[in-house]
Design a protein around this ligand. Structure first.
Ligand code: NAD
Ligand code: TYD
Length: 331
């Protein structure tokens, strides 16, 4: 099996490549990634030289590059995206460009090259905030941020390619992931690395927003299940075992790193901040998948990883990162 993995130099994509090489050693994997600010060359360096691995630096917005890269691949797994809600508030344009137009480019290339499966990676954020109960795959899409709206648009275009052109599209929508190789501007690694630096931990609003956290390895096993057993035209939720308010995550990180909890500072809330996400994953569970990691145990694994891989995240905390932080947290 030859798989083209877009966005494979990012957080979930790189964990997925590692997971697939471990569980399907005969597969060949090409990573196609634009290497934006969100990636780190060190993340893919470990795959270089591995049998079946290839890396192409390329942008999914570049039609010619996508058409060239897709040739000879059986399956496409599309992780490539702009992924940070806060950045989508500061500048929505790149989100429409990559998440909507880039996905469209890939779908077109897949249709023309006769790809046999197209797994499109989406998010629970397309359902919007859930006051009670859990989101099911058939629920209405009510995204609130430019990020989640661009992801919802891509989902609908991808499904239209199945319905109209018969392209075998499968969509997964996972809840918030955490684990090794996540960019240090995202909530959990941001708080871990800032706690290690002795800096303040800026918690939005009252800190009671709830996320349905999933350890990245559990998401990867869910993606593997959806890829091998999923039905074209279907959507599969991949949710974690727990719902945790942000304040509890912040406290757990501070305590684990021996930092006083008075380092946690309430700051002005994010606009349109979704209160709660919760996924019903029974559809994928019926196909044999279940999340295996306990949240606090996996948080411990993640904290240990950031403690032992300082150089990896320090390289990402460059001048541009500091500029972004100044803009985002200026209030
Ligand atoms: P990430 O930001 O860590 O990685 C994204 C990768 O895509 C980076 O390597 C980047 O260089 C690449 N990329 C960005 N624009 C590109 C372009 N135009 N062309 C080619 N490559 C490009 O993101 P992540 O957290 O690993 O998320 C991966 C996917 O999973 C995304 O589609 C995201 O919407 C989805 N998702 C993420 C989460 C989460 O909690 N992180 C939850 C649900 C769904
Ligand atoms: P984030 O990682 O941006 O994911 P999401 O896509 O769910 O918004 O943030 C997770 C939660 O943490 C979200 O409720 C916003 C909150 N948060 C903070 O309180 N402070 C921060 O500095 C960041 C980055 C996030």
């Amino acid at each position: 099996m030859k798989i083209l993995v877009t966005g494979g130099a990012g957080f979930i994509g790189s964990n997925f490549v590692e997971y697939m090489f471990r569980n399907h050693p005969n597969y060949s994997i090409t990573v196609f990634d634009a290497m934006t600010y969100a990636s780190n060359p060190e993340t893919v360096a470990k795959f270089k030289g591995r049998k079946g691995f290839r890396f192409i630096k390329g942008d999914i917005n570049n039609t010619a590059a996508v058409n060239r890269a897709i040739k000879g691949h059986d399956w496409v797994v599309n992780f490539a995206a702009e992924t940070h809600v806060d950045r989508s508030i500061l500048g929505p344009g790149a989100f429409v460009e990559t998440n909507v137009k880039g996905t469209f480019n890939l779908l077109e290339a897949a249709r023309n090259s006769g790809v046999k499966k197209f797994l499109h990676i989406s998010t629970d954020e397309v359902y919007g905030s859930v006051a009670g109960g859990k989101s099911k795959e058939g629920d209405m899409l009510e995204p609130t941020s430019p990020y989640s709206s661009s992801k919802a648009a891509a989902d609908l275009i991808a499904l239209s390619y199945f319905r109209t052109f018969g392209l075998p599209v499968i969509i997964t929508r996972s809840s918030n992931n955490f684990g090794p190789y996540q960019h240090p501007e995202k909530f959990i690694p941001f708080f871990i690395t800032r706690a290690m630096e002795g800096a303040e931990l800026p918690l939005y609003g009252d800190g009671k927003n709830v996320r349905n956290w999933i350890f990245v390895e559990d998401n990867c096993s869910g993606l593997d299940t959806a890829l091998h057993k999923g039905k074209p035209g279907e959507v599969y939720n991949i949710g974690g075992n727990v719902e945790v308010p942000n304040i509890m995550v912040a406290q757990a990180i501070a305590e684990s790193l021996g930092v006083k909890t008075d380092k946690i500072k309430r700051v002005k809330d994010r606009p349109a901040h979704d209160r709660r996400y919760a996924l019903d994953s029974s559809k994928l569970k019926k196909m044999g998948w279940k999340p295996r990691f306990d949240f606090f145990e996996a948080l411990g694994i993640t904290i240990a990883w950031y403690t032992h891989n300082r150089d990896w995240w320090l390289a990402l905390k460059d001048k541009k990162f500091r500029e972004y932080c100044r803009k985002n947290y200026k209030k």
